[in-house]
Design a protein around this ligand. Structure first.
Ligand SMILES: NC(=O)c1ccc[n+]([C@@H]2O[C@H](COP(=O)([O-])OP(=O)(O)OC[C@H]3O[C@@H](n4cnc5c(N)ncnc54)[C@H](O)[C@@H]3O)[C@@H](O)[C@H]2O)c1
Length: 446
């Protein structure tokens, strides 16, 4: 049976009106005030692989109620509804159109876990509808979409968090950032991240024919209209330029995060990338091998998308980052790091006292921020845009075969019409993205 709870939104509305709580009398009013205030009503938009994972994480939180679930694939929607019913004994509202979730007054926030080409529109529309937003990484499909999301978050004063959870779900990046910032590694002139690349053709997990209950036209949304193609659909969409930028961009934010955080990177002067399809012969499109270089004053950030881990650091696994200092080097993956000097590991390297506060967890931080109205979550969409846009630009450099001179103030490539064409997409009708004025001040990180 459906459990009837008063949402934060309903509670705040009632409190503003004053009448209904007063009518409950002292004790009852206090009790209701507490329960209502503590429950965040969430709408899930997109419940495929990752959306189902995020749903399960949110379900563990006693102060979150799943008010609605939306997916354009009825099979995914039904699977998610069944999970909530089994775990919690209630059934959220079900929709195939995310705009109906945004119409729900009792929904406080939404989690947007759709493919990349479907991140910006639901996010900006949700901000406009007064909802807070958790949205997956990479933040956006294009630079212009990320800019619109960042600006809308400030314009509508909404809480946001991008789904690069390594930032907060492990303490490792905090310890790495502290060591790098302490200066004990000496002068760092190269930061070299890697992610292992696919060396086999991509396999589809989807049926050859469009499954019953899927609204493929809605799934395509702002992307060009095409007939159904199993490889372009759930899961493997990311290997096509219409929807994403390959495994290259898929992991970009997770590892670039530690480099930007530790080095305080804002914007590089130039972005260049070379690569190709050296392994894959299927009809996917994105690169399977790439070297990207962001040129900062005094430091190069290199992201190698390669078949194996960085030589010498195979034991760190498929994704990692090496900070090359004149005194010592630090290599990190998501969960652990090591310090090396003169070709040897230095386990007793002197570490600074920890100074970055622990996180309550990535999703927890988001839910707490909804309640406290903290717009400065650690991975808000402004930070998400700062990380994501340079991965998008690396893909543009690769696709246009040009070294991009970047004007971060105006967010344009200097003197390169061909590259600037890729900064925004033509939306297929009727889809569009509302753009709000860019805030004044430190707009590079805003
Ligand atoms: N943070 C992480 O570690 C992590 C891991 C995997 C994926 N992701 C990100 O999550 C996002 C989704 O990836 P996935 O692997 O779950 O993809 P997926 O294809 O498995 O799931 C996407 C779901 O969104 C639905 N969908 C598509 N358009 C929709 C729309 N307009 N409205 C409602 N539902 C819609 C699809 O039907 C599908 O169920 C991507 O942006 C991806 O980069 C993040």
């Amino acid at each position: 049976m459906e459990r009837k709870e008063v949402s934060r939104r309903e509670f705040l509305g009632a409190a503003a009106g004053g009448a209904s709580l007063a009518a409950l009398g002292g004790g009852a009013a206090k009790l209701q005030a507490q329960s209502a205030n503590d429950t965040v009503v969430l709408g899930m938009i997109g419940v495929g692989g990752m959306g189902t994972g995020r749903l399960r994480e949110f379900l563990k939180m006693p102060d979150v109620r799943i008010g609605a679930i939306c997916d354009v694939d009825r099979n995914h929607l039904d699977r998610a509804l069944a999970i909530v019913e089994k775990e919690k004994g209630y059934k959220p509202q079900a929709f195939g159109d995310f705009r109906r979730v945004l119409d729900m007054k009792e929904v406080d926030a939404v989690a947007v876990v759709t493919p990349d080409h479907w991140h910006a529109i639901p996010t900006v529309n949700a901000f406009e509808a007064g909802k807070d937003v958790f949205v997956e990484k990479p933040l956006s499909y294009s630079v212009a979409e990320g800019r619109a999301m960042a600006d809308a978050s400030l314009y509508y004063k909404r809480v946001s968090q991008m789904g690069n959870h390594i930032h907060n779900d492990y303490s490792n990046y905090r310890r790495v950032v502290e060591i790098v910032k302490s200066g004990r590694l000496g002068k760092i002139t190269r930061v070299h991240a890697w992610k292992t690349s696919p060396t086999q053709n991509i396999k589809s997990r989807n049926p050859e024919k469009l499954p019953e209950g899927c609204d493929y036209d809605f799934w395509l949304g702002p992307a060009p209209k095409r007939p159904y193609d199993a490889l372009r659909f759930h899961g493997s969409f990311r290997h096509f330029w219409d929807y994403s930028g390959g495994t290259f961009i898929d992991f970009w934010c997770h590892i670039t995060d530690v480099a930007f955080w530790a080095m305080g990177f804002e914007a590089p002067k130039t972005i260049s990338a070379v690569g190709g399809r050296f392994f894959q012969t299927d009809h996917t499109e994105t690169a399977d091998t790439m070297e990207a270089i962001l040129e900062f004053p005094q430091t190069l950030y290199i992201y190698s998308f390669r078949p194996t881990p960085l030589p010498g650091f195979e034991h760190m696994g498929g994704i990692g980052c090496l900070f090359e200092g004149t005194e010592a080097s630090l290599v990190t993956n998501y969960e652990t790091h090591e310090i090396w000097a003169n070709g040897k590991k230095v386990p007793d390297f002197p570490r600074p006292d920890p100074f970055i506060p622990d996180s309550p967890g990535h999703l927890r931080e988001f839910v707490d921020a909804i309640k406290s109205r903290n717009l400065e979550t650690t991975c808000n969409v402004r930070y998400g845009h700062r990380l994501t846009k340079f991965g998008l630009l690396a893909n543009i450099s690769y696709r246009t075969g040009s070294r991009l001179v970047w004007d971060d103030e105006r967010e344009v490539v200097v003197g390169n019409k061909d590259a600037n064409r890729y900064l925004r997409r033509q939306f297929r009708k009727p889809w569009n993205l509302k753009v709000q004025p860019r805030p004044k001040g430190n707009i590079a990180s805003a």
